[in-house]
Design a protein around this ligand. Structure first.
Ligand SMILES: [Zn+2]
Length: 525
């Protein structure tokens, strides 16, 4: 509860696993909530305190005592938050890597009792990656300066909080009032079947995934996707060759990294085994606990073994995709290989503008502000010449600057630094997808109209269509603080206002709202 713990590939030795400790322990979405003084944040903090008070009351504490106890716990969290890095500072992989000997930690942070802590976590290791040492130093201090009673309250509250979603109706309602209503602007709880299926997906998702792909993912879809990914990879390599800001030797390294991508499409080759998870129709809570215990064992048994690069981080029904710099891989679960992203029966304009853009986006992550720092083997290791990397950083700054200027709600604007990587991936993704589209028959014939639109226009309409969404202001505010993606609207407008073929397709001219002079349009990849 006090920190994040996981077993991952070692950033600087990507074929080996390492135990990773990260900052944590807060109840609010991130550190800034504890210090911002604007009305919207204050309202969230008030709702959080009401929620915690309610949890204590539901477990037998009277309201006045509960109110006082919440203030103690909140004050403790606020002290932890002081030592937290900001979401922007967390983006830098170099400054968030600190491999340390356990023997050393036992001396420098003795109050955390590292040997006993590791034993309790059921792991045996000589060294660990302490991602944010300042946070753990602060924790080491708070352990002894805070009264034992405050720590007990803190642990009690966070234990109840972490289980509230799977307890009886009053707990579920209280949890919804905070996480659903106050933080996301939701007015209604999702039906029970939907929240239960989400729990199944997150706990034993590859069992659900097998059923899902049987029904929703065909061989035909897989073949069409293979062709799309292949064309995108070719288009990206050609774009690298044409870059005017990069030296030949760095271009060579970039193309080697691109060619080394592991590609995962649809679902894993081998499924996870959940036979040790005891499922009982009568005990939802116990089922979730059993699945969590199994997942924990599954995670810690990776220590001391070579990294298994066939593993997936997302389940097959997930409507999402990812690039993992430690594996140098791009991954597309079957869940996103559906309309409007992808349809094996649709024409190329629709598929390249939709899933093609997503493929290009994930490929570009291999070369965004973070991905660019990892080599083709997945190690955090520089492969750039200094001059090229300086150019790259200058170009990243242009992206930060442009997106900082997008105002979303009243005074709330996109955080350009937090979203740089995703914005670079969006800008690069659309360009690569477009080049790949131009390799198809439909892409080469600019005259043939469908429903009154040219192939290029349909390509851009498909891109806009995949991001159609509606969201409440409260949800937008929370995401602006914590989500590395720009709001959906800017995932369309941002890349397109920088992309000249879009201007041509829709005859955009000076004076139009999104018009940027050609020399101000950003092009990195
Ligand atoms: Zn992304």
């Amino acid at each position: 509860m006090l920190f994040d713990f996981g077993v991952y590939p070692d950033d600087k030795n990507s074929m080996a696993t390492i135990a990773v400790f990260g900052q944590g322990g807060l109840g609010l979405p991130d550190r800034d909530y504890y210090f911002k003084t604007d009305a919207a944040t204050q309202a969230v903090v008030a709702a959080y305190k009401t929620y915690m008070q309610k949890l204590l009351m539901l477990t037998g504490t009277d309201s006045i005592t509960a109110g006082k106890q919440v203030e103690l716990v909140y004050a403790l969290e606020k002290q932890m938050a002081e030592s937290h890095k900001t979401n922007v500072a967390l983006r830098d992989p170099q400054t968030n890597y600190h491999k340390m000997a356990v023997s050393q930690l036992a001396k420098t942070m003795p109050n955390l009792q590292w040997p006993m802590l590791l034993k309790t976590l059921n792991i045996q290791v000589d060294s660990v990656n302490v991602q944010q040492p300042d946070f753990f130093a602060k924790l080491n201090q708070l352990i002894v300066t805070q009264p034992l009673g405050t720590w007990q309250l803190y642990l009690r509250l966070h234990t109840i909080n972490s289980a509230a979603r799977i307890l009886s109706a009053p707990f579920v309602q209280a949890s919804f009032n905070f996480y659903g209503k106050a933080l996301s602007g939701q007015t209604q709880m999702k039906p029970r079947w939907e929240s239960v299926y989400r729990t199944i997906d997150s706990q034993i998702g590859e069992a659900l995934g097998q059923l899902y792909v049987e029904k929703y993912f065909t061989k035909e879809a897989k073949q069409r996707m293979d062709a799309l990914v292949h064309n995108l990879q070719t288009a990206f390599a050609q774009r690298i060759d044409r870059l005017d800001w990069m030296s030949d030797s760095t271009k060579q390294k970039a193309k080697e990294k691109l060619q080394a991508f592991i590609k995962k499409i649809g679902y894993p080759d081998k499924w996870r085994d959940y036979s040790k998870v005891n499922i009982d129709r009568n005990h939802y809570f116990n089922n979730v606990m059993a699945a969590e215990a199994n997942n924990y064992q599954y995670m810690i048994q990776k220590l001391g073994k070579p990294v298994d690069r066939t593993e997936w981080e997302m389940t097959p029904p997930t409507i999402n995709a990812y690039y993992n710099p430690l594996y140098n891989e791009i991954v597309f679960p079957a869940g996103i290989l559906q309309f409007p992203f992808f349809d094996p029966k649709a024409d190329d304009a629709i598929n390249y503008g939709g899933i093609g853009m997503v493929i290009g986006h994930e490929m570009t992550h291999g070369f965004d502000d973070q991905g660019a720092q990892y080599d083709k083997e997945g190690n955090l290791k520089n492969w750039w010449s200094k001059a090229d990397y300086d150019q790259f950083k200058n170009k990243s700054q242009q992206v930060v600057h442009l997106y900082n200027g997008f105002t979303v709600l009243d005074t709330v604007h996109v955080n350009g630094s937090l979203t740089t990587g995703e914005n670079m991936a969006d800008i690069g993704g659309i360009a690569i997808a477009y080049d790949a589209f131009k390799m198809t028959n439909e892409g080469q014939d600019s005259t043939q109209k469908t429903d009154g639109f040219t192939p290029d226009q349909r390509f851009f309409l498909s891109l806009a269509q995949i991001w159609r969404s509606k969201e409440k202001d409260a949800y937008t505010r929370r995401l602006i603080n914590t989500d590395p993606h720009s709001p959906a609207m800017y995932r369309v407008n941002g890349p397109l206002m920088n992309f000249t073929p879009f201007y041509k397709a829709f005859h955009v001219v000076p004076g139009n709202k999104m018009y940027l002079p050609e020399n101000e349009r950003i092009k990195i990849w």
